[in-house]
Design a protein around this ligand. Structure first.
Ligand code: DHE
Length: 511
């Protein structure tokens, strides 16, 4: 009965629309979102790109427009039925995976010319800056990490996701949007200097440890895209096809600087790929057991080492040496540890639920390196000994969390509780004592409002927490006394990234 109602609801609005929905789309939407729905001035309107937008919100956006963007409201031009029909259309998959190859990628390339200064054009410690992504109105703020004052705020591409990544010297930051746009921002000159659309639906990007190459992982199409870091021009597209011939989405890409390689997580085939960026193939092969290699694509640049694995592993985390890859598979309560040198699984991990990617951190506990991660299903933080791979403790928190962060100079690991939107936990920040593994404090930066994602200043003395709301803020705490020192209004600030902590690969943050 339920199914019949749903089917009925799905078709009725289309039937009642004044004109065929395709015509409505061509008249009102195509000029910004592209005739093919692949995006233009506005974002792509495909189900894959709209996964984070619930249908009622999509209807509201078409009717009322979107603040701080060029998206106008259509409530006066279109009937309720027309708007519902358009919503149905944009959540319908295209009949074929659209082509986004060399021609399309290169045609999207934008370079900004002009003389640039080799020194920051502002007064602040360039290594203690934060890049703060404001999801609410698609902006980013560059924040002085000593004075806690914004230096500039600029519009980004629609729906940035994942951590922006820095060049090794911290001068440039690279952003990826869910629509596949890669933007290079010159922090010294406070300007976007290049952009390119590497995919139609992208996951994230990685910057090679030598700062020369960018790797982008895509869901749509199924490709890895290599770009030159200096101007973002296209180097090469690698089709994501498993040894069994099956095409796969890429869940995420990472750079493993100590190995001189990129690592790619494939979502639909049981393989992990390692792609060297820095060394000659002959040297690179000495860094691992050749018996672990199923096939090396015989190419001079960027060969692919395929490592067969037991499961579809799409969430990765590394130890500080990057020899061990800790991964989880969707719908699994187990984690796996893969030794990248031997290409063999060395342990299973007990996890109560799926961690969000890049959510874990490491520190030394009683002389042992440990990793800790929250998970998006249960209010538990798992602490694992990284020598024995045994769970040391599961620490109860008020609710399932997304992110966990700490710093070498601070006694606490901070974690949020907003993964399920649970009203009892979404406004909390739980501080775990890294020496006792006990919950030491539970803070509520703004009762009733979502608190999320933490990052420390370069010296670890202050900690920045997001109030993840449209009328949100960054709340800055003294990390020792836990006293609030400042509150800066921001529009749904999500992640914030400290230049120094990122480029030095602090154990307390994601890399
Ligand atoms: Fe994320 C990082 C994937 C949902 C905010 N998220 C990442 C990374 C991946 C990922 C692969 C690591 C990227 C990197 O470091 O370059 N995220 C996924 C998902 O698969 C998932 C569960 C579903 C999806 O929609 O893709 C998902 N993520 C979310 C959200 O709902 C969040 C909370 C809001 C949003 O932006 O959509 C969210 N993800 C983030 C943030 C980071 C991130 C803020 C960077 C964290 C950091 O400190 O590095």
């Amino acid at each position: 009965m339920k199914l019949i109602c749903l089917v009925f609801l799905w078709f009725v609005p289309v039937a009642l629309a004044a004109e065929p929905v395709e015509k409505l789309y061509a008249t009102h939407c195509a000029s910004c979102h592209g005739a093919d729905r692949l995006g233009g001035a506005g974002p792509a309107l495909l189900p894959e790109n709209l996964e984070r937008l619930r249908r009622p919100e999509a209807i509201k956006t078409i009717a009322e427009g979107r603040v701080a963007s060029q998206m106008a409201g259509f409530a006066e031009k279109l009937s309720k039925e027309d708007i519902e029909a358009l919503t149905g259309l944009i959540y319908t998959a295209l009949p074929q995976v659209p082509v986004w190859g060399e021609k399309e990628i290169s045609a999207s390339h934008i370079r900004v010319a002009g003389a640039m200064s080799d020194k920051p054009i502002f007064k602040a410690d360039p290594l203690n800056l934060f890049v703060v992504v404001e999801l609410g109105d698609h902006h980013a703020t560059i924040l002085d990490g000593d004075k806690f004052e914004p230096i500039t705020r600029f519009q980004t591409r629609f729906a940035l996701h994942g951590g922006p990544k820095f060049s090794p010297d911290g001068r440039y930051v690279y952003f990826a949007s869910r629509d596949g746009w890669i933007s290079k921002f010159d922090i010294y000159n406070l300007k976007i200097v290049a952009e390119i659309r590497a995919g139609i639906n992208s996951r994230n990007l990685a910057v090679s440890g030598d700062g020369k190459t960018i790797l982008v992982g895509n869901y749509l199409p199924h490709t890895l895209v290599l770009l030159k870091a200096d101007d973002l021009s296209l180097i090469k597209i690698i089709e994501a096809v498993g040894q069994n011939g099956k095409s796969s989405r890429i869940s995420a890409v990472y750079q493993a600087e100590p190995r001189g390689s990129f690592i790619a997580a494939l979502k639909d085939v049981k393989e992990v790929w390692e792609i060297p960026y820095a060394v000659q193939k002959s040297n690179w092969q000495q860094s691992f057991d050749p018996a672990s290699v199923d096939m090396v694509v015989r190419e001079k640049t960027f060969p692919v080492r395929r490592i067969s694995v037991d499961d579809y592993l799409d969430d990765f985390f590394f130890d500080q040496t990057y020899q061990h890859l800790i991964s989880t598979a969707r719908d699994s309560k187990k984690g796996h540890v893969l030794d990248l040198d031997t290409g063999k699984k060395v342990a299973d991990l007990d996890l109560p639920g799926m961690p969000h990617l890049g959510s874990g951190i490491t520190w030394n506990y009683q002389g042992h390196p440990v990793m800790a991660t929250p998970n998006t299903k249960e209010g538990l933080v798992t602490v694992i000994d990284m020598q024995t791979w045994q769970t040391i403790k599961q620490i109860q928190t008020p609710g399932p969390g997304f992110f966990m962060r700490s710093h070498e100079n601070t006694p606490y690991a901070w974690t949020d509780g907003f993964a399920t939107g649970n009203p009892l936990s979404r406004d909390t920040m739980t501080l775990i004592d890294k020496n006792t593994l006990e919950v030491a404090h539970i803070l509520r930066p703004e009762p009733g409002k979502t608190a999320a994602h933490v990052e420390f200043t370069r010296d670890g003395k202050y900690v920045l927490v997001s109030i993840w709301e449209m009328d949100g803020a960054l709340v800055i705490y003294d990390a020792q006394t836990l006293k609030e020192v400042k509150r800066i209004p921001m529009c749904k600030p999500s992640g914030k990234y400290n230049v120094y902590n990122k480029i030095t690969r602090s154990a307390g943050t994601s890399h």
